[in-house]
Each structure stands twice: as structure tokens, then as C-alpha cells.
Design a protein around this ligand. Structure first.
Ligand code: ADP
Ligand code: ZN
Ligand code: ZN
Length: 724
């Protein structure tokens, strides 16, 4: 009797499909197959074999196996199955997330081959009537190696000329992979510094591959040389034929970072990020799957790659909120990495100058081992942070006189200043001073941001935009003015104050073109005096040795937010942006403008000791019974009316209200309407994660069996980063 396999498809369905295995074919979990699906065919992944199909179902046969080996090796497969259950996301979509697009579509799992042409005949044999063919053969013989079509065209010849030579048997074609396979060694690190005493001490405390699973939280202040420690660590502990994964936030994966790793590990370094094209993705994926001894530096989704010899994981800036996927399969790259280290019985290093409260708590609970590195590397000293109360001070572009004065002095000394503004655009609102009108987004419950550079009013929550007007659209008054600060406005004011100094703006608008951030960073790294103005983008991980002054235009945004994570995120951002000051030979100074200079959180910030602040914040989390003291999941509903969204949540609320689970809501989301969709949420809390998982599963099963009114959507967010 022929046997049956259970197959996952790349569909948002919480179910699997049974197919008959053709005689003579053996399949293992993780293997790609081609199956009939409806009237079409689909790529599937084997989940289980030798299953018994439910009675009364006609089981269609699998058409073919796409390769004889599992695209997802068993460890990757287990990881994704675990994540599917933990995050309550359909298994099929989770598994397919780990495949590059080409493989999801069923293309062959092999690298594109490139034809290389080599001269095998004498140019004298080319007939006199074909001078270009002769020239091509001379060129090919001259370069002493084979050349690709592309190289031949670049040298001024054509494909037809190569073909003509091939017909005359004067050239030969060889097929080679598009990218050369990497060599496992050599390491050239003459330029790298030796670790300081403090770094060495920290490095010695870290968990090691020989000891099996172990998680180390490396708390190292900004500029303390954490990256240098990672490099030494991998060099010392990673075997020649082993793989390592280094996760970084998107913005940190700059050519400078990659170059630093390449100086140690040469061609062993491969990268994984959103800007790779499909071919590059496939090629890197295959290297990882083939077990080549790569050290892969990548962003969030790199944690799902099919490693087969993973022996060390590093998560840099482990607190960064970009590790949590915001839509679809809402996994945390950092948390999945910790589980993966478990599966591989290998160490994981979580590094940050501002560790997440979750990781810090784990360290306090002895689940992670805490290593502290509290001095800066080389000559650099930690910056001095002070608060600048701006109540009743006149401001120009958001900047007070003392702040402008400090920028002037910095530039006069030939140094660089960085001004941090938390909003892009010119101003967050336009307001009429006659009638009080403010311009709302017609599709969301938010205001439009004024972008003066392109005379537009834009919504930062949907893609709505409209032309900016000179007069109030309601009463036509001329007293229609921007209110508040955005990067563009601060840039204008700084350019007016310092006409002879370059003012460089860094935000999502100014860095949209590929490579533009690199150009900006290179310019700053020449060390010429300049003022950098920017958002979050500037706060993260960059090494600007010339910056000695950081000005924070307004620190108050996160102090009184309803989101329980807001104070943590505010302090992390402030300390990270402060950390850009004084990384070189000169001391750094940080001025934080605020209307709440007596706020206890800001006062502790000035002392610069993050763990003290973290203790304070953790105490607040504990009294509110927020994560990490309890597990949290948010059940979100979205519909074309608020009633429908709330109705769905009201319906499931009784299912969630079981012993050990506390339910808040349903309530409209902070931005209740977004892109014309109404959003509401139910928050589930429990000190028993298993129970919470069980409840979520029950609700999913219940909802899957129902026909919901059209236009109603629901989703689950386990360990949410944003609770609005
Ligand atoms: P972090 O990752 O903690 O922000 P980095 O590793 O980027 O710190 O180090 C900050 C700066 O100090 C870099 O310019 C780096 O080259 C330099 N640095 C790190 N370790 C040393 C050392 N042992 N000696 C001299 N300079 C060092
Ligand atoms: Zn008006
Ligand atoms: Zn909008």
C-alpha cells in the first residue's frame, strides 16, 4: 500500500494537506514537492510522512519531489515548527519564510551558472574577412584566463562574435557558478587592535561553544568595543569548518561594519539583508544550506536560514525593536535566536549598551550570564549628559540659545555636532492661528505632517499625501503656520545660523535612494566640521569619531505615553544617541532639551548608568504586572467599522477569560482608524506562558471554523513591542 504525506503550503491557513507519495519515492520532512492544488500546482514542504488521511477524503498524488534532500534541514524545521506554535502563526507561512523567493516559487535549488569562454585556437586561423573575431580571440588569448559574456561585451565585442568563434572551434565554453565558492580561511587582521584589559576580562566571561548552550548578556556602554570583542571571540572560538550567525539591526549593516568583519575573516563573511536581489539571496542561502563555514552577518530574517553547522550566535544591539517583525509572522529575531542556540547547544551573545528589560531580567534570574564593560575603548571617555530646561525659553527651530551657542563653539573648535529630532518632515502639524483648524489625514485618526521640501502634507501612518497650501483650507486665513519641529525645519534654522558649515540631514526621506546613507556617512567621516540633523537613524550604532556634541531637541515625547514600553525606548534612544558623542580623541558633551528637567528618569539619565535606570524601570513593570513579569499577547481585530472590530473581540473575550489569564479590553487602538480600517484590541496577560499559548490556540481554532463577515480581519501578536 502506498503511503501518505502531510504537506504545508505557503498559504495563510492553519491546516496541512494530505497527498499520496508515488511508489518508489521516499520523502523526509522539510523536502520540497510539487503538488496539485485546486486547478493549479503549488510548491509544498513535507511536514510528516506515513500519516493516515482522514476517512472519506480522496488523496491526490504528489507530482514530484523538487530535490532529493530536505530544503529545510531538521534543526531549521524544528525551529520553525516551534516558532509557528509560539507565535500562533500558520505553519506553512512560517516554513516558507525560511526559503528564498526563487525556491518558494518552485525554481531549482541550484546556483545560476555562468558561461566562461577560453581561447583554444590561434588568432591566425581566423579568416581574413572577420577582423573583430580575430581581435576578440587575440584579446582572449592575451588576458590569459577565461572571460564571461559580460566581460566580453564590456571589452567591446559581441555575443555573435563569440558564437562564430565557437563554431570554428577556436574557443571553448566552461560553466561555473555565478559566484565563486568561498575559501574557508585566510585571515588578515594586521590592523586590528589588541583587546584592552577590560575587554579581555569581559571576553573571558562569555559562554563558549565547548560548553554547549549558554546565553551571555554583554552590557557594554556605547563605544566600549563590543564589536571588537565579537571579532576576537569568533576568531578564538569558531572552528574552521563551523558556521556563525551575527544578527544586527538593518541600519547597522553598513559597508564599514562588513569591512571590519572582512578584515578578520576575509571571504568567510556573507551578508543577508533586505537590499539583496533574488539571485544573491539564493546564492547565500545555498552556501548556508551546503554547510559552507560562513560567518553570516544579517538582519532579522537571517535567524531563519538553514544553517547546518551553527556553533555561535551573536545578537548586536539586542534591545533594538526592529528585531520584532511588525506584520504577518510576528516573530522576534532575538528570541528565536535564543531558542536556536538551545537547539544547537551553542552559545549566544546578546550585546547592547542599553539591554532590553526582558534580557536584563533574564540575567537577574540567572538564565543569562551578565558581563559588564563600563569603560570606553582606546582613549575615549563617556560623554557628559546634561539637561537643558526649555520652559519659557525662546526657541528657534526648536533650538534654545544655549544649544545654538554650544553648536557654534563645537564648530569653531573644528569638530562636528549632531542634532537629534524625533520627527521627519518640516513640522508635525499645520495650524490656522485664526480659526484653529488643523489638517487631519482623511483616512486615519492622525494629523498630516508638513514636508516643505516637496510642498506636501503627508500621513506617516498610511501613504496619503496632498499638496500643501499657503492659506488655511477652511477659512483662507494667511495665518496658517507650521507648529512643532521636524528635521527639515531644524535643518533650515541651522543652515541660516551656520551658513559656512555643511548641514547634513539624515532621515527616511533623505536616505531613500540606495547607497545614500553610505555617501552621507563617508562625508561625515572625513572629519570636516559639520552639523548632522536626523532621526532615530542617527542614534544607532554608528561610529562618528568627529562628533563631540549631541543636542536632543526634545526628550519629552516618551515620558507620559500610554505604552508601557515608552519610557524604556525613550531612555534607550537618548543613551544611544548620546553615545555618538566623543567616540574619538576629544571628550563628548550631550545637551538634552526638556520641559521636565525634574523628572526622575531624566535625572538618572544624566548619571549615564543604564542598569540603574533599568532597575527603576523593572520595578515599575513589576508593580504594573507587565512583561517580563507576565507574558502578554495582543489579539487585534480590524474592520470597515469599529463596531465590527469590537464585536469580534467581544465574542472571543469569554474564551480568553479562563483561570490564570487576565484580559484587558476590547478597546479601540491608539490610532483607531488607519488607512480607513478601524482597529481594536484585546490584551491577554498570564504568568503561565503555556496556558496563554493554549488559550490563543483555542481561539484560533474557533475562529478558523467560523465564517467571519467580509472585511473583518484578526491577528495575534505574542510579546508585542507596540501596545497602542
Ligand atoms: P561598540 O561596538 O561597543 O560601540 P566598537 O567595537 O565599535 O564599540 O569600538 C568603538 C571604537 O573603539 C572603534 O573605533 C574601535 O575601532 C575602537 N576600539 C575598540 N577596541 C579597541 C582597542 N582595544 N583598542 C583601541 N581601539 C579600540
Ligand atoms: Zn483657518
Ligand atoms: Zn493616513
Amino acid at each position: 500500500m502506498s503511503s501518505t504525506a502531510r504537506i504545508a503550503l505557503n498559504r495563510p491557513l492553519r491546516r496541512l494537506f494530505d497527498y499520496r507519495i508515488p511508489d518508489g519515492t521516499t520523502l523526509v520532512p522539510g523536502q520540497r514537492v510539487r503538488v496539485p492544488f485546486g486547478r493549479q500546482q503549488a510548491t509544498g514542504l513535507v511536514v510528516e510522512t506515513d500519516v493516515t488521511p482522514p476517512p472519506g477524503i480522496t488523496v491526490k498524488p504528489i507530482l514530484s519531489a523538487l530535490e532529493s534532500w530536505p530544503a529545510l534541514p531538521s534543526e531549521t524545521f524544528r525551529l520553525l515548527s516551534w516558532a509557528s506554535d509560539y507565535y500562533q502563526h500558520p505553519l506553512g507561512e512560517c516554513l516558507f519564510t525560511a526559503l528564498p523567493v526563487a525556491l518558494r516559487k518552485g525554481r531549482p535549488a541550484e546556483q545560476k551558472q555562468v558561461t566562461q569562454w577560453r581561447a583554444i585556437g590561434d588568432p591566425a586561423e581566423v579568416p581574413a574577412g572577420a577582423p573583430r573575431q580575430k581581435a576578440l580571440l587575440e584579446w582572449l588569448s592575451g588576458i590569459g584566463k577565461s572571460a564571461s559574456d559580460q566581460e566580453i561585451i564590456q571589452a567591446g565585442f559581441t555575443r555573435q562574435q563569440v558564437k562564430a568563434l565557437l563554431e570554428k572551434n577556436l574557443v571553448q565554453a566552461n560553466m561555473t557558478p555565478a559566484q565563486p565558492a568561498i575559501a574557508p580561511h585566510p585571515v588578515h587582521d594586521q590592523q586590528s587592535p589588541t583587546l584592552s584589559e577590560a575587554q579581555t576580562r569581559a571576553a573571558e566571561q562569555l559562554a563558549r561553544p565547548a560548553e554547549g548552550f549558554g546565553a551571555s548578556l554583554l552590557y557594554g556602554i556605547t563605544g566600549s568595543g563590543k564589536t571588537e570583542i565579537y571579532l576576537h571571540y569568533l576568531k578564538q572560538h569558531l572552528g574552521r569548518d563551523e558556521q556563525a550567525l551575527v544578527l544586527v539591526p538593518e541600519i547597522n549593516l553598513t559597508p564599514q561594519t562588513v569591512a571590519r568583519f572582512q578584515r578578520y575573516f576575509g571571504t568567510r563573511i556573507v551578508v543577508w539583508h533586505s537590499a539583496l536581489n533574488d539571485g544573491e539571496r539564493l546564492s547565500t542561502w545555498l552556501k548556508v544550506r551546503n554547510g559552507e563555514p560562513v560567518i553570516l552577518i544579517g538582519t532579522r530574517s537571517a535567524v531563519l536560514l538553514p544553517f547546518t553547522r551553527l556553533r555561535a550566535i551573536i545578537v548586536d544591539e539586542e534591545h533594538d525593536s526592529s528585531y520584532k517583525q511588525g506584520e504577518g509572522f510576528r516573530y522576534s529575531g532575538r528570541d528565536v535566536a535564543v531558542y536556536r542556540a538551545h537547539l544547537n547547544a551553542c552559545p549566544i551573545l546578546l550585546g547592547s549598551a542599553t539591554p532590553s528589560l526582558e534580557s536584563y531580567y533574564n540575567a537577574q534570574q540567572q538564565k543569562y550570564q551578565l558581563t559588564r564593560l563600563e569603560q570606553r575603548a582606546g582613549q575615549a571617555r563617556p560623554p557628559e549628559i546634561s539637561l537643558l530646561d526649555i520652559r519659557s525659553r525662546p526657541l528657534d527651530g526648536g533650538l534654545s540659545q544655549p544649544a545654538l551657542g554650544a553648536i557654534r563653539k563645537t564648530l569653531e573648535r573644528g569638530q562636528q555636532a549632531l542634532v537629534f529630532v524625533n520627527r521627519r518632515g518640516f513640522a508635525p502639524v499645520m495650524m490656522c492661528f485664526d480659526c484653529g483648524h488643523m489638517v487631519d489625514c482623511p483616512r486615519c485618526d492622525t494629523r498630516l505632517t508638513y514636508h516643505r521640501r516637496d510642498r506636501a502634507m503627508r500621513c506617516h501612518h498610511c501613504d496619503y499625501q496632498t499638496a500643501a497650501t499657503e492659506q488655511c483650507p477652511k477659512c483662507e486665513s494667511d495665518a496658517f503656520k507650521p507648529v512643532g519641529q521636524g528635521t527639515e525645519r531644524t535643518e533650515d534654522v541651522l543652515s541660516a545660523h551656520f551658513p559656512d558649515t555643511p548641514v547634513v540631514r539624515v532621515d527616511r526621506d533623505s536616505t531613500q535612494r540606495k547607497g545614500s546613507i553610505q555617501t552621507i556617512l563617508e562625508r561625515v567621516n572625513t572629519g570636516e566640521p559639520c552639523v548632522l540633523v536626523g532621526t532615530q537613524m542617527l542614534a544607532k550604532g554608528h561610529d562618528f569619531p568627529g562628533v563631540t556634541l549631541v543636542v536632543v531637541v526634545n526628550a519629552d515625547g516618551g515620558l507620559f505615553s500610554v505604552d508601557f514600553r515608552a519610557p524604556e525606548q525613550l531612555i534607550q534612544t537618548l543613551l544611544q544617541v548620546s553615545g555618538r558623542a566623543g567616540r574619538g580623541a576629544h571628550a563628548g558633551q550631550v545637551l538634552v532639551q526638556t520641559c521636565h528637567s525634574d523628572h526622575p528618569l531624566l535625572k538618572t539619565l544624566c548619571e549615564g548608568r543604564y542598569l540603574d535606570i533599568a532597575d527603576q524601570l523593572l520595578a515599575e513593570r513589576e508593580s504594573g504586572q507587565f512583561p517580563p513579569f507576565r507574558a502578554m499577547a495582543i489579539f487585534r481585530a480590524e474592520a470597515d467599522t469599529m463596531e465590527k472590530a469590537l464585536q469580534l473581540l467581544d465574542q472571543i473575550k469569554p474564551m480568553a477569560q479562563t483561570t490564570g489569564v487576565e484580559v484587558w479590553g476590547p478597546l479601540p487602538a491608539l490610532i483607531a482608524r488607519r488607512a480607513d480600517r478601524y482597529r481594536a484590541q484585546l490584551v491577554l496577560n498570564s504568568d503561565n506562558r503555556k496556558r496563554l499559548n493554549h488559550v490563543l490556540k483555542g481561539i484560533c481554532t474557533h475562529l478558523d471554523q467560523q465564517r467571519l463577515p467580509g472585511n473583518v480581519k484578526w491577528m495575534i501578536d505574542v510579546d508585542p513591542q507596540e501596545t497602542g
